[in-house]
Ligand binder design. Structure first.
Ligand code: KG4
Ligand code: ZN
Length: 338
């Protein structure tokens, strides 16, 4: 089975072709970062319009690179939610139209399931069951994963997502949007131990997160002194260490609570090297293992959507062509794939 995957939930148009036996045949990505940078964040209307402009040329390119034509495609997978509704509508309209025109089935994929399964695209994929830490611009969640579609949310953010906290703190430090990777780069020049940021919600039981206080703490720290390039780097590092530590403390708790030995990290913030290293060291100490996708598949992409969609199409799950986009959609509502 060969599937065309379409991702348009936010500010990246991602297209890929994934084949059941041959693996990933091609993937194309167009990032709208430059378009939104002047506004300091994603402008939903501009995002939708840019997806409309880019989606068809990228599909053509992905098919060409996969040495495939429409007759080789057995199904279409598109991101049905969660995300920006206008952006989702572009991928869902194009995906369902192609399925109708090509006479093949379509399936709507949950964006966070895409992230969660992204490590399956790598050479050493995790076996079920595992715990997944999903950290993106819109979500922060710990999930017990017993199989595809068998998800139990163990904890989530009560306010800002981890990526959102990175982006907002980066903005306070004068960095461009999206600031997460730029803040991480700046933190490399920072000296550890100059500032002590709190580790929110770690002193009480439970697996929920709260990151909005860290952004306020950063704002107050920034206001309290003259900002030199070195103080900026020191603040960036202190903030990043606080987020990484907090995520690690909660991951450790989740591993102990579930008794599982495999931890998957996925979503944009899983590209953070300090987070990857901290969790790898922690899991090694606990006699377990951490799994994460290659850098380019940590952030939004079409490959993870093609992969997740293929698993569901193979199980006979398809979508009605009149189905709606789902800007809000819980992972726990998904049907199991057995
Ligand atoms: O998963 P993703 O590409 O999009 C959403 O589904 O939201 O995640 C994007 C988020 C942004 O907040 C971005 O700043 C953050 O991931 N991010 C990072 C890094 N790379 C991307 N945050 C920290 N360190 C990074 N290296
Ligand atoms: Zn994402």
């Amino acid at each position: 089975m060969r599937v065309l995957g379409i991702e348009t939930s936010c500010d990246e148009t991602g297209i890929a072709v994934y084949d059941d036996t041959q693996g990933l045949l091609s993937h194309q990505l167009y990032s709208q970062v430059k378009l939104h940078a002047d506004y300091g964040g994603v402008v939903p209307e501009l995002a939708s319009r840019d997806h409309v402009r880019k989606i068809v040329p990228l599909i053509k390119q992905a098919l060409l690179e996969a040495d495939s034509t429409q007759s080789d495609i057995d199904g279409i997978a598109f991101t049905q939610g969660p995300g920006l509704v206008g952006a989702l509508l572009v991928g869902s309209s194009v995906g369902r139209s192609l399925a109708y025109a090509w006479g093949c089935p379509a399936v709507g994929v949950h964006h966070m399931e895409g992230h969660l399964l992204a490590p399956m695209l790598e050479d050493n994929p995790p076996e079920f069951p595992f715990v997944a830490l999903l950290v993106s611009g819109g979500h922060t969640m710990l999930v017990e994963v017993n199989g595809i579609g068998q998800y139990l949310v163990l904890g989530e953010s009560v306010d800002d997502a981890a990526g959102e906290a990175f982006d907002k703190t980066a903005k306070l430090l004068g960095l461009d949007y999206p600031g997460g990777p730029l803040l991480a780069k700046l933190a490399e020049q920072g000296e550890s131990g100059i500032y002590k940021f709190p580790r929110p919600m770690t002193d009480r039981p439970g697996l929920d997160f709260s990151f909005s206080g860290l952004k306020t703490f950063a704002a107050n720290t920034i206001r309290a002194q003259e900002l030199t390039p070195q103080t900026k780097a020191n603040i960036a590092l202190a903030f990043q260490e606080a987020v990484v530590d907090t995520l690690a403390i909660k991951c450790k708790r989740a591993m102990q609570q579930t008794g599982l030995k495999r931890l998957v990290i996925a979503g944009g913030v899983s590209a953070n090297i300090q987070l990857q290293q901290k969790l790898a060291a922690m899991m090694a100490k606990m006699g377990g293992q951490v799994f994460y996708p290659r850098q380019e598949f940590c952030t939004d992409n079409g490959a993870m959507i093609a992969y997740a969609g293929l698993q569901r199409l193979k199980a006979g799950q398809t979508i009605e062509l009149g189905a709606k986009a789902k800007p809000r959609w819980s992972l726990e509502e998904l049907p199991a794939v057995s």
